[in-house]
Design a protein around this ligand. Structure first.
Ligand SMILES: [Zn+2]
Length: 85
């Protein structure tokens, strides 16, 4: 995704300086109970299936947390200075 802010183009994406793995949660929309975070899908899916078995709740929301950072896009005067880092 690229947008122009203050007449300069920026892009946003995965944080190359702090590339922590994404964490995934599942939130029950019926009671707002939440799974433990996981970097893989299987544990949170198992949590939701178990929660359904225990409560009968069937509506969930997936939440993903990932480190993002903005970077100067092509043509942004800061682009060259960031490459020098
Ligand atoms: Zn629930």
């Amino acid at each position: 995704m690229t947008r122009t802010l203050r007449h300069a183009a920026w892009t946003i994406g995965a944080d190359r300086e702090d590339p922590a793995p994404s964490a995934r949660f599942i939130l029950c929309r019926d009671c707002e109970t939440q799974s433990e975070p996981s970097t893989s899908q299987a544990p949170t899916d198992r949590w939701a299936l178990k929660h359904t078995g225990e409560t009968g709740h069937r509506a969930y929301r997936e939440l993903v947390i990932a480190n993002l950072r903005t970077y100067p896009a092509a043509g942004n005067p800061l682009e060259q200075s960031e490459e020098d880092w």
